[in-house]
Ligand binder design. Structure first.
Ligand SMILES: *Cc1c(COP(=O)(O)O)cnc(C)c1O
Length: 432
């Protein structure tokens, strides 16, 4: 009999860390079973406590767009470590990273660096409220913007009502200004602006939602969001923590700008890829909005480790690599080939599956057609998803351990990795 060292570690972790994990999804609660404890990772793979290898389609939930252990990234991080870990004083690299972000995302004039997507989203909301002098915010059901209190909200009953907290510990008064609407629903959006438009500080959305699997905001929906925000003096905030530098070099907003001439969000929230695996996130906007931030303006925001020198070195090196000619063309083609390979394999096995991808981000559903909102995503046969997930895990393929999460392909995934994954999926589909 062999010992499962993942299980040994999980049991030990549960004694000192709530649920044995430092972020809930890692506990495998949705899919059951024992989480894999990662020992090390290289390229497209990681190895667990049993030295079992997995093809990694999570990549730390998005940041590892180059794969693990990329030589240029390691060199940049090692060099930065030699110079010092943290100063609490400004550095040139912060300017370089700000300049790199602004060059690639033209809707941003100025950017502030922080340490997590949660912090960035929370600060962007405060800034929007401070800049507009308004309190209300609009978010969409199924979009995740980090775990700031005001954003942990689900829809109340009825259309265009204010939401209820989704977490214990969030007083109802804290979410009383948060309006939660169904995604891709233009009618509900118009009704909300008709009722509350003059009080709305900002509308925050994931343009390609990756926290309800993979759901694109439709072009007409984004267009209407833009028009209504402009008409009512509200700021349109794109949360590109996941999609930023992941779906395209110019992020998701560059794709909507191709479809909607002149399109720009007013604010952008970023994280994940811009840190390349280190704790780093950012929020940016036009100069007039950003100058409301302290020390120039009255909106307070700060961080001991903000703009950390090792994190900025890692982020800069990552942004440098993804600007290589053809990077997103190749990544996008490889990701699309995974999705088409999987859907064909499913069809051949008589399993209903559909999928979608953009750049290095993908999703698939045990459904006939792609869902447009959270309620539809949640009608997925979760028992079937869980059997699929565990089947793939046994085959050495690591997909997201929950059906409401997107997946990620990195530049280190080879055609052979994709072919091996599709072959494994064929075997697993046959058992469903
Ligand atoms: C991951 C994520 C966040 C939160 O970022 P953290 O770094 O985990 O705090 C916010 N918004 C979106 C869209 C995300 O995917």
């Amino acid at each position: 009999m062999t010992t499962d060292l993942n299980e040994t570690l999980f049991n030990r972790a549960k004694a000192t860390i709530p649920g044995g994990v430092n972020s809930p999804v890692r506990a495998f609660k949705a899919v059951g079973g024992t989480p894999r404890f990662v020992k090390r990772a290289q390229g497209a793979y990681f190895w667990d406590a049993n030295d079992q290898r997995y093809i990694d389609y999570i990549g730390s939930w998005g940041p590892m767009i180059l794969g693990h252990g990329h030589a240029a990234i390691k060199a940049a991080v090692h060099a930065a470590v030699e110079e010092g870990l943290s100063f609490g004083a400004p550095t040139e690299r912060e300017i370089e990273l700000a300049e790199a972000i602004i060059k690639l995302v033209p809707s941003i004039d100025m950017v502030r660096l922080v340490s997590s997507g949660t912090e960035a989203g929370m600060s962007a909301i405060r800034l929007a409220r401070g800049a507009t002098g308004r309190s209300k915010i609009i978010k969409f059901e199924g979009c995740y913007h980090g775990h700031a209190d005001a954003l942990l909200v689900k829809a109340g009953s009825g259309l265009a009502t204010f939401g209820n907290p989704t977490s214990a510990g969030v007083p109802p008064e804290v979410v009383q200004h948060t309006l939660v609407l169904p995604f891709n629903d233009i009618e509900a959006l118009e009704a909300a602006f008709t009722a509350h438009g003059s009080e709305v500080a900002c509308l925050m959305m994931e343009p390609i939602a990756g926290n309800m699997n993979f759901v694109r905001a439709s072009v007409p929906f984004v267009k209407r969001c833009r028009e209504l925000c402009t008409e009512h003096g509200a700021l349109l905030a794109f949360d590109e923590v996941m999609s930023g530098f992941r779906v395209a070099l110019g992020s998701a907003q560059s794709l909507y700008a191709q479809a909607i001439p002149g399109f720009e969000p007013d604010m952008t929230v970023m994280g994940k890829v811009i840190g390349g695996g280190m704790p780093l996130a950012a929020f940016g906007a036009k100069r007039a909005v950003m100058e409301h931030l302290a020390p120039i303006g009255g909106v307070y925001q700060a961080g001991t480790l903000s703009g950390n020198p090792v994190a900025t070195a890692c982020g800069l090196a990552t942004l440098n690599e993804i600007q290589q000619p053809g990077f997103f063309e190749q990544l996008g083609a490889r990701t699309a080939s995974l999705v088409s390979g999987m859907t064909h394999a499913a069809t051949a096995a008589g399993v209903t599956l559909c999928g979608d991808s953009q750049g290095g981000m993908f999703g698939f559903f045990f459904m006939n057609e792609l869902p447009q909102n959270y309620a539809t995503v949640m009608t997925t046969d979760s028992a079937r998803f869980n059997r699929f997930f565990h089947g793939m895990l046994d085959e050495g393929v690591y997909f997201a351990p929950a059906l409401f999460e997107a997946g990620f392909v990195s530049a280190a995934h080879t055609e052979q990795d994709i072919a091996d994954t599709v072959a494994a999926a064929s075997r697993v589909f046959a058992t469903l």
